[in-house]
Design a protein around this ligand. Structure first.
Ligand code: PLP
Length: 411
């Protein structure tokens, strides 16, 4: 074999994009098929949801805004737009307390890639929640770090800071810098959302352990779907301006999820630090990595997002549209949760977002068996993940009973 040592074991398991393709093919033949696989927003008629404001911004681009190369780190407008998007009206407040920088990336995946490349040493342990977007595990294999999981939920279905702290206590015996990755709010795959106090507890964790350097990597891919009022979640992100200097916060932003620009491959990584030298190192190292890994990011994608964030007319329109989408997701989730209760199907604590989880003993086997019931979804290590974002309301009503009956058959 010519393939190198690290590449020998590379093989995508449970590849969501491939499973989604399979479901699309099945749906073409039989309309009764429920495709709850991919994290893409669909309308009630099953077509892809497109934000009219995004379409408008796309059409407004000049030739240069579409075709020219951008520099590796992204255009200055885009870098500003990413910071504005994440912190909104709290931007100035955050900048008063911390050094803040951003860099353009191909999607949230590119942002995570940079965070793992430049903030984790090979062989380091990284803490992840036990319910997670499992592509993080592929990143661990690619970037050669060791993923260790903490329990996401405590016995009351709240964020389990106790278990997280326990892991930190153990890891700090052999490692002085610890990355903690959370995907919040609207966690993939559970739909779990943290609270204000959970963010306070992160700061507390860093203060209690001054001998440890913390990297809080917050994957905010789905944050627009948390509330009709975007300030609610941004005020929570802004809390991290109070981190002590033995911690930094990194925010991974996804243009795919925020704006439905899945195929444009645009996203960004933001740093928040008390130290100027950290902000400078962020720019230098990530600029270098961008140039080496992908050269630069989609110019069209960056310019569309810049307009949607920085231009009031586009921004106001988008904010109205996101309210519609949040209510569409809410309707589907309420229907699903109510039906699940009726038929006695257990779900994990869900609050908002694209996905909801049903814990099962043999997720992969159950997922495959559900094809006999014309249901396509994703299995995680311990659950079935149902993409509410890609289902209709009537499918959300039918699905809990189908799953429950299949589970009874499997025993
Ligand atoms: N983070 C989470 C939790 C995701 O679910 C996804 C995509 O499904 C991403 C990040 C990255 O998405 P993209 O690279 O398309 O921005």
């Amino acid at each position: 074999m010519f393939i190198n040592k690290n590449a020998e074991n590379k093989s995508l398991k449970n590849n969501i994009l491939a499973l989604s393709k399979e479901a699309l093919e099945a749906k073409k033949i039989d309309d009764e098929v429920i495709n709850a696989t991919a994290g893409t927003l669909k309308n009630e008629d099953g077509s892809l949801y497109v934000f009219p404001s995004v379409e408008k911004a796309m059409k407004s681009l000049s030739t240069n805004e579409k075709y020219a190369y951008a520099n590796s780190a992204g255009t200055p407008e885009y870098k500003e737009a990413v910071i504005r998007k994440v912190f909104g009206r709290y931007e100035e407040e955050v900048k008063k307390e911390c050094f803040v920088e951003s860099i353009a990336t191909p999607g949230g995946t590119g942002a995570l890639n940079l965070a793992f490349t430049n903030y984790v040493n090979r062989g380091d342990t990284v803490l992840l929640p036990n319910h997670m977007w499992e592509n993080y595990l592929n990143c661990a294999q690619e970037m050669e770090f060791v993923p260790e999981t903490f329990l996401l939920f405590d016995e009351n279905g709240r964020f389990n800071i106790k278990d997280l702290s326990k892991h930190v206590e153990e890891i700090k015996k052999y490692q002085k810098r610890i990355m903690i990755l959370i995907n919040d709010p609207c966690e993939n795959p559970t739909g779990f959302c943290m609270k204000d106090e959970d963010y306070d507890n992160f700061i507390g964790l860093a203060r209690k352990n001054p001998d440890v350097d913390f990297v809080f990597l917050v994957d905010v891919a789905y944050f627009d779907y948390y509330s009709m009022n975007g300030d609610t979640i941004r005020s929570r992100f802004a809390k991290l301006k109070d981190i002590p200097s033995n911690a930094i916060a990194l925010f991974s932003f996804s243009g795919s999820k925020s704006f439905g620009l899945y195929g444009f491959r645009v996203g960004g990584l933001v740093i928040l630090s008390k130290e100027e030298k950290e902000a400078k190192a962020f720019i230098a190292a990530n600029n270098f990595s961008c140039r080496v890994k992908w050269s630069s990011v989609s110019t069209s994608g960056m310019n569309i997002i810049s307009k949607l964030v920085l231009n009031k007319e586009y921004k106001d329109q988008y904010e109205e549209e996101i309210k519609y989408v949040v209510s569409m997701l809410e309707e589907r989730s309420l229907i699903f949760v109510e039906e699940a209760k009726k038929v006695g199907l257990t779900t994990l604590p869900y609050e908002r977002g694209f996905f909801i989880c049903v814990p099962v003993d043999n997720p992969d086997e159950t997922r495959k068996k559900l094809h006999e019931d014309k249901v396509y979804l994703i299995s995680t290590k311990n659950c079935l993940r149902i993409a509410l974002c890609s289902m209709t309301k009537s499918e959300a009503k039918r699905l809990p009973r189908i799953i429950k009956e299949r589970l009874s058959k499997i025993g």
